[in-house]
Design a protein around this ligand. Structure first.
Ligand code: PMP
Length: 429
């Protein structure tokens, strides 16, 4: 495949945009090479500016669960745009999307819309702090909750890819209020709660993690967290930016059967437009301005185009709940295919999968936390990424990211993907 035009566009972009991209992972730094510039996309396929077609396993990092340019979302956005793109005044569609989201997700009475997952998580912890009157939060190494200061402490995703899990620019004052636990390790949580008694407002977690590759919570881990938070009067925040409306209509709360006190959303809830949200029971949400004292706002929050995309997306998912099962089956089929080829080729690997989230780690040990993810062989990962790309398959350009399957992917696409892996497998040794 040739990437001349992408390469030229990247050079030009670098003159005006730091690193040529508006979000770091897009730059392919972890795997080497240059980013691909997209021209358009439809269903399971991306078409780049050089005329290459790529089978997409990222789906815009999660939102496009039904594939690119999904017609009902497009129609809703286009129709809405004709009536004006922003008012900074209340609109009926905000209530419609709120009502629908609350009808699908358990344990939430009220929801506030923002413009990104970062804003959702940032606002959720401010509200948790205001509501509880406590300052500290616990997060888990390798979890990513957006780029607000409080979360750039041993963060996953691009933060770790770029070697800055603790970013310069985050003050010591902020960092000291973020306590760090190990994923799947309740003892590390117990130690922090004991050492900071009465000071912890919230525990925030990706209930299924996707920012150190995909990491699956052990059976009793999330249950144990719930028990500890309840006992200590700590709010349990599920960051469902990836898992919400993806693992099931009710997200990880539904699949794991564990209620959170607060939940953050992004990605699918916006149908591919910039939307985030945070939600909780009324008692907590009414603590937010204008009802309550905790301030949070946004010029474009509840934007009509974004709301119409989210409404069309969630409506489609609610009306076609078999999508979740279909995605799970496709992802299992991919899992078995990849696993079969790599095993046959004698390549040490682990595959973690939960619903339509999956990742391949090139290590012999089970990957259950951040340290495990870091142990993966990055040279093999790079060869895998570029090998697959050369066959027209677009996988996450970092080992610290999950794949997000979309339901436009066909079994033929997956068979093609597995066959491509068979061809490149000898290069992975
Ligand atoms: N939380 C999680 C779990 C995420 O995966 C992400 C982004 N990938 C965020 C928060 C931040 O969302 P955004 O990039 O929309 O700010």
């Amino acid at each position: 495949m040739k990437y001349q035009r992408s390469s030229a566009l990247f050079r030009e972009a670098q003159r005006y945009i730091p690193g040529g991209v508006n979000s770091p992972v897009r730059a392919f730094k972890a795997v080497g090479g240059e980013p691909i510039f997209v021209k358009e996309a439809k269903g399971a396929y991306l078409y780049d500016v050089d005329g290459n077609r790529l089978i997409d396993y990222i789906s815009s990092w999660g939102p496009l669960i039904l594939g690119h340019a999904y017609e009902p979302v497009l129609e809703a956005v286009v129709e809405k745009a004709k009536k004006g793109t922003s008012f900074g005044m209340p609109t009926e569609i905000e209530t419609e999307l709120a009502r629908l989201a609350i009808s699908m997700a358990p344990n939430i009475d009220k929801i506030r819309f923002v413009n990104s997952g970062t804003e959702a998580c940032m606002s959720a912890i401010r509200l948790a702090r205001g509501f509880t009157g406590k300052d500290k939060i616990i997060k888990f190494a390798g979890c990513y909750h957006g780029h607000a200061d409080s979360f750039l402490i041993q963060a996953g995703s691009g933060a770790v890819t770029f070697g800055s899990p603790n970013s310069p620019g985050v003050t010591q004052g902020t960092a000291k209020d973020t306590l760090l636990a190990r994923y799947n390790d309740l003892q590390s949580v117990d130690d922090l709660i004991a050492a900071n008694e009465g000071e912890i407002a919230a525990v925030i977690i990706e209930p299924v993690a996707g920012n150190m590759g995909c990491i699956i919570p052990k059976t009793d881990f999330i249950k144990g967290l719930r028990e500890r938070c309840t006992k200590a009067g700590i709010l349990l925040i599920f960051d469902e930016v990836m898992t919400g409306f993806r693992l099931a209509p009710g997200g990880a709360q539904e699949v794991l059967g564990i209620p959170a006190d607060m939940v953050t959303y992004g990605k699918v809830i916006g149908g591919g437009l910039p939307v985030g949200a945070f939600a909780a029971r009324s008692e907590i949400m009414d603590y937010l301005a204008p009802e309550g004292p905790v301030y949070q706002a946004g010029t474009l929050s509840g934007n009509p185009l974004a709301m119409s995309a989210g409404l069309a997306m969630l409506t489609a998912l609610k009306e076609n709940p078999e999508v979740f099962e279909s995605l799970e089956k496709k992802t299992r089929y991919l899992h078995e295919g990849i696993s079969g080829v790599l095993t046959e080729a004698g390549i040490t690997h682990q595959i973690n999968r939960f619903g339509s989230m999956i990742s391949v780690h090139f290590t012999g040990e089970p990957v259950v936390d951040f340290d495990g993810a870091v142990r993966g062989n990055n040279d093999t990962f790079k060869a895998y990424f570029h090998g697959m790309l050369s066959k027209g398959i677009y996988l996450p350009p970092s080992a610290f990211e999950s794949y997000f399957l979309n339901d436009a992917l066909s079994y033929e696409d997956i068979d093609y993907t597995i066959e491509a892996l068979r061809q490149i497998a000898p290069e992975l040794k």
